[in-house]
Design a binder for this molecule. Structure first.
Ligand code: TPP
Ligand code: SF4
Ligand code: MG
Length: 323
């Protein structure tokens, strides 16, 4: 069981990793398992959790350096199920919390797990600003096209005609196109995957983790309780199609002309415009300085100007100058 405390100021549940004397020794994914996940049997979120465990095991990311952050929702129960540091924060504010964490603790691996409501609805604004600032973190949006935890309300990605508690006669609103939204927000790594292809999910997660800056994965994760069958068209086992983006190899062959260049933003938008089920893989990936690095430069400059003072002394000198 994880050691959970409640922050009295914010009401946020803070899941602390227990002290691990032998932490740097190799670990297996089973060592990361915490409380028994409480998702419904068959929920797509199980695959995302297992894939994350596989990723941590494969990379042997030191357990004390893993921080799993979430907002509120079924998907956002994630940190409870990971035996490492984690924060179950306020609805829609996971990315805001993760931004502060990432900027103040560059040694940590900050991974946010969120839902379509948490990220694209109430948390949409935070997402946009973390993306444009290119704050170093990985965000996995577990999109089930419904509000699952609150038992079936229309979400920003629910399709038109979707019947829910908020739209008993069917949704009349045009849904958000997540891929277009993420590209427009300025994210420097944007990918798409699905719970029905765990191997693909693992590959995409690995690439997101290797990306310096704001990396985001739109991950279809079926809610078998309130939106069953939503992703059948993207699942070959259900008669659908899972089309993987063929990326440029830069090998000079004529076929390369037709392959996708992930640094081409306009080409990424075209892929994002395809009707459901669309395509899967890395839509967009470019190298841009992360805010973390720009901020570090600022700190280094300030330090140099104060003769190498420690942060507190540096701050005091700055205040003294302002008097
Ligand atoms: C400020 C605030 N508003 C509303 C809620 C109620 N609420 C909790 S989870 C949720 C929606 C979650 O949907 P999503 O992010 O898609 O996650 P899912 O449960 O589908 O994984 C809502 C509206 C809340 N907890 N806090
Ligand atoms: S309600 Fe839906 S999203 Fe929530 S645990 Fe059950 S299947 Fe998963
Ligand atoms: Mg949802």
């Amino acid at each position: 069981m994880s050691d959970t405390t409640i922050n009295p100021a914010s009401g946020a549940a803070v899941v602390a990793a227990p002290a691990q004397p032998g932490q740097s020794t190799p670990y297996k994914k089973v060592d990361l398992r915490s409380d028994r996940p409480t998702w419904c049997p068959g929920c797509g979120d199980y695959t995302v959790l297992d894939t994350y465990f596989r990723l941590c095991e494969r990379r042997q990311i030191p357990r004390e350096k893993i921080v799993t952050v979430s907002g509120i929702g079924c998907s956002s129960r994630f940190p409870y199920f990971v035996q490492a540091h984690g924060v179950h924060f306020i609805h829609g504010r996971a990315v805001a919390f993760a931004s502060g964490l990432s900027l103040s603790r560059p040694d940590l691996h900050v991974v946010v797990f969120s839902g379509d409501g948490d990220s694209y609805s109430i948390g949409g604004n935070h997402l946009e600003h973390a993306a444009r600032k290119n704050i170093h973190m990985t965000l996995v949006v577990m999109d089930n096209m419904v509000y699952g935890l609150t038992k079936k309300q229309t979400s920003p990605t629910s399709p038109m005609g979707f019947k829910s508690k908020t739209d008993p006669t069917g949704s009349i609103d045009i849904p958000t196109n997540p891929m277009q939204k993420l590209l427009a927000a300025g994210a420097t790594f944007v990918a798409r995957t699905s719970h029905s292809n765990p191997q693909h999910m693992l590959q995409v997660m690995e690439r997101a983790m290797d990306h310096r800056g704001f990396s985001v994965i739109e991950c279809l994760s079926e809610c078998v309780e309130f939106h069953p069958g939503a992703f059948d068209d993207a699942n070959p086992r259900k008669g659908g199609q899972f089309t993987i983006i063929e990326e440029k190899k830069n090998d000079g062959t004529p076929e390369d002309e037709k392959r996708h260049d992930p640094s081409d933003e306009a080409a990424a938008y075209k892929l994002a415009s395809l009707p459901f089920p669309g395509v899967f893989g890395v839509f967009y990936a470019v190298k841009e300085p992360a805010k973390n690095d720009r901020e570090q430069q600022l700190i280094d400059n300030a330090r140099a100007a104060t003769g190498g003072a420690e942060p507190l002394a540096c701050l005091q000198k700055t205040f003294a100058r302002l008097k």
